[in-house]
Design a protein around this ligand. Sequence first.
Ligand SMILES: Cc1cc2nc3c(=O)[nH]c(=O)nc-3n(C[C@H](O)[C@H](O)[C@H](O)COP(=O)(O)OP(=O)(O)OC[C@H]3O[C@@H](n4cnc5c(N)ncnc54)[C@H](O)[C@@H]3O)c2cc1C
Length: 280
Amino acid sequence: MIPTSFEYKNAGSVADAIGMLGDDGQILGGGQSLIPALKLRLNSPGVLVDISKVDAIKGISDNEKSITVGGGATHASIASNADLDSAAPMLVQAAREIGDIQVRNRGTIGGSIAHADPAADWPAVLLASDANVMIQNKDGKRTVDIDQFFKGFYETALEEGEVITGISIPKSGFNKNSAYAKFKQPASRFAIVGCAAAVDIDGGVVKEARVAMTGVSECAYRVTAVEKALVGKALTAENIEAAVGDVTEGRDVMSDHYASEKYRTHLASVYAKRALKKLL
Ligand SMILES: Cc1cc2nc3c(=O)[nH]c(=O)nc-3n(C[C@H](O)[C@H](O)[C@H](O)COP(=O)(O)OP(=O)(O)OC[C@H]3O[C@@H](n4cnc5c(N)ncnc54)[C@H](O)[C@@H]3O)c2cc1C
């Protein structure tokens, strides 16, 4: 289909972009989710404000205690980043498995979490990494803890007129020892089920664990029961098997033509175990 008509504006900076949005403007990142939505007429903004040439939010910088990934960083730039590969390998693993090369070259991490598709990879990975989302609006800047960011089905803490400028990933023990595993939809490679796991081991036992799922229900979530069950124990295959029960408990599990509710529930536990076993 053909989108409804809109005005196109090219922003030179984030402040520029915020100023250009007006009452019915929408940010255009890599366009990999928004353009299909426009073609289906699910969205019909009056103005599209393109931030894909705002260099200030495209980089990845290694700071003393964290790594800042620009909101406009493409999946491809994350997939090939050596600093992230060493500080938080699950980000690089997830980026390498997103879509195809065209999607990875155009799509951005900021666009993905703003869109909050329930089958997207970044939400689970960023929940497991204890990230902070850096946001700019007309009044200034704010930071949202990732645990407060995803609110529901395509729903986030992002408000009208806001731009995600970056995502801060702590250089923590658990991020250094992290992995992502997903069962992909064979054509799009979206997660039918995906699990991100990050475990800090001290003195032979798990000191801290963060485990998050995507693809399962209305939005990504942490599995705190598994996190708690792992703490204080050695990370062994037997302890992982014992810690991972039904990781969908309390969730409305999605059912579609790729996976029924029953099959997805089964896959969720299988992939939680696979992500954790990658860390052995
Ligand atoms: C064929 C195909 C396969 C795909 N496979 C996968 C996959 O395997 N895994 C996966 O996770 N995803 C997948 N995707 C989605 C892809 O990752 C998109 O890149 C991503 O969801 C959106 O990022 P974008 O930069 O393209 O955002 P856009 O499409 O430009 O925008 C999406 C939404 O985010 C908003 N937005 C964009 N950037 C910002 C920002 N910086 N601040 C605030 N709001 C912003 C826009 O206004 C819009 O509402 C696939 C897409 C396609 C087309």
